[in-house]
Design a protein around this ligand. Structure first.
Ligand SMILES: [Zn+2]
Length: 351
C-alpha cells in the first residue's frame, strides 16, 4: 500500500474497460462506445454525489429529506457520443447494430452531438438529442418586469396582466395519490421479499400520476413564460429555492413544485429568446419597501396580505411590493416600469 493519491480519469477507465472486454467474452459482444459512456457517467455522478453528500449531509438530515437513490435503483440510461450513433431516414442507428424507430417530437435544428437513450419511471423509452442552441431574438419592447413567487399566486408581477394564479394541478391527483399510497402501505413487502402484484400496480400508477401532474405543470409554466418573455426585455425574478420541509403540507409542496417548474421555464425561455433574466437573492424581499427601501423590523406573517411602510407611508398588496423589490434590486426600477405607482394611489390595485 502506498500513500499515492488514486485518480480515475477517463483514459484510465477506458484502459480498464479494454482489459475487462479482453477477458470477459459477454462484455466484448456488446458495443464498446456505450459501455465506455456508462462507466464515465457513473464515475462522474459518483464523484459528484460524494461531494454533495459531504457538503449537504447534516443539512439534509436536519430537514428530514429523502435519501439518495442507489445507482442500481435508477432507471437505465445510455449515452452515445458522435461516433456511437447516426441518423438515417429518420431512424436512430446505435453502436452495436441497434436500429430504433423514433417518434419525433420536433425536428432537430442542427445535427446533434450526442444522444441519450433512457427509460423513465413508468417504463417509456426516450431518445434525447443534444444540439447547439440558437438564439431566436424577439423584437424589443422597452419594458421590464419584476416577479415574486408565492403559494396562492405562483407568480405575482409588477405587470398585473402577467400574474399567474396557482394552477392547482395536483389537487385532483392528490386524492388518487392518497388512495394508491394506502394500497402500497397495506401491501408493503417484507424485507427481502418480492413485492405483490397489487403493490407493483399501485406503485406504477403513482409514478404515472406524478408524471402527468409534472407534465401539466410544465405546460402551464411554458405558456406563461412565453408570454412574459415576449412582452418584456428584462426580467427580475426571485431566486426561489424549494425548502422540502418534512412537515410542510401537501399544498405547500405543490406550490413549491409549481414555482420550480415555472422558474425553470422562465430561465430557459429567456435564454432562448435573448432576454435578460436576473435572479434576485430572496433574502428580505418581503420585508423591504419598494418605494423608499426601508426594512421592517419583523418579517410579515403570511396572513398579512398588505405591506404598509412605517417610513414613507406607502401601502400596497404584499406580493406586489415584493415583485417591485425585485426590480429595485436589479436596478431597473424606473418611473416608466409597469405597475409602479406613487404611494397613496394603490387602492385600485389592492384586491
Ligand atoms: Zn417605504
Amino acid at each position: 500500500m502506498t500513500g499515492e493519491k488514486t485518480t480515475c480519469g477517463p483514459a484510465q477507465l477506458d484502459k480498464m474497460l479494454t482489459e475487462a472486454r479482453r477477458v470477459t467474452p459477454w462484455l466484448a459482444q456488446g458495443a464498446s462506445v456505450p459501455q465506455q459512456q456508462v462507466i464515465r457517467d457513473f464515475a462522474k455522478s459518483r464523484a459528484k454525489a460524494v461531494k454533495d453528500i459531504k457538503a449537504r449531509l447534516p443539512q439534509r438530515q436536519r430537514a428530514g429529506m429523502p435519501r439518495w437513490k442507489k445507482k442500481r435503483e435508477t432507471d437505465p440510461s445510455l449515452n452515445y457520443t458522435q461516433r456511437g450513433f447516426r441518423l438515417k431516414d429518420g431512424r436512430l442507428h446505435l453502436a452495436g447494430g441497434i436500429v430504433l424507430t423514433v417518434v419525433w417530437s420536433r425536428e432537430l435544428p442542427t445535427p446533434p452531438s450526442t444522444v441519450r437513450v433512457y427509460r423513465d419511471s413508468i417504463g417509456h423509452w426516450y431518445a434525447s438529442f443534444v444540439v447547439a442552441t440558437t438564439t431566436a431574438h424577439l423584437p424589443e419592447t422597452g419594458r421590464v418586469i419584476g416577479i415574486d413567487w408565492g403559494v396562492r399566486e405562483t407568480a405575482t408581477t409588477t405587470n398585473s396582466d402577467h400574474d399567474l394564479p396557482h394552477p392547482q394541478h395536483g389537487r385532483t391527483a392528490a386524492q388518487k395519490l392518497a388512495h394508491y399510497q394506502r394500497i402500497m402501505a397495506r401491501r408493503r413487502p417484507a424485507k427481502g421479499r418480492a413485492a405483490s402484484k397489487g403493490y407493483r400496480e399501485a406503485k406504477r400508477k403513482t409514478a404515472k400520476l406524478h408524471k402527468k401532474v409534472a407534465r401539466q405543470r410544465e405546460d402551464t409554466a411554458r405558456k406563461w413564460a412565453k408570454k412574459v418573455v415576449r412582452d418584456h426585455d428584462r426580467i427580475a425574478v426571485e431566486d426561489f429555492r424549494p425548502k422540502f420541509l418534512a412537515k410542510s403540507t401537501m399544498a405547500r409542496k405543490a406550490a413549491d413544485a409549481a414555482i420550480g417548474a415555472t422558474k425553470k421555464a422562465l430561465i430557459e425561455m429567456g435564454r432562448k429568446h435573448g432576454r435578460e433574466v436576473r435572479l434576485v437573492h430572496p433574502a428580505h424581499t418581503t420585508m423591504d419597501c419598494a418605494q423608499c427601501g426601508a426594512r421592517t423590523k419583523h418579517a410579515l406573517p403570511l396572513s398579512e396580505r398588505t405591506y404598509a411602510c412605517t417610513a414613507c407611508g406607502a401601502v400596497s398588496p404584499r406580493d406586489k411590493n415584493s415583485a417591485r423589490v425585485m426590480l429595485v434590486r436589479a436596478g431597473w426600477c424606473t418611473a416608466g416600469a409597469e405597475g409602479i405607482r406613487p404611494p397613496g394611489s394603490l387602492d385600485s390595485v389592492a384586491a
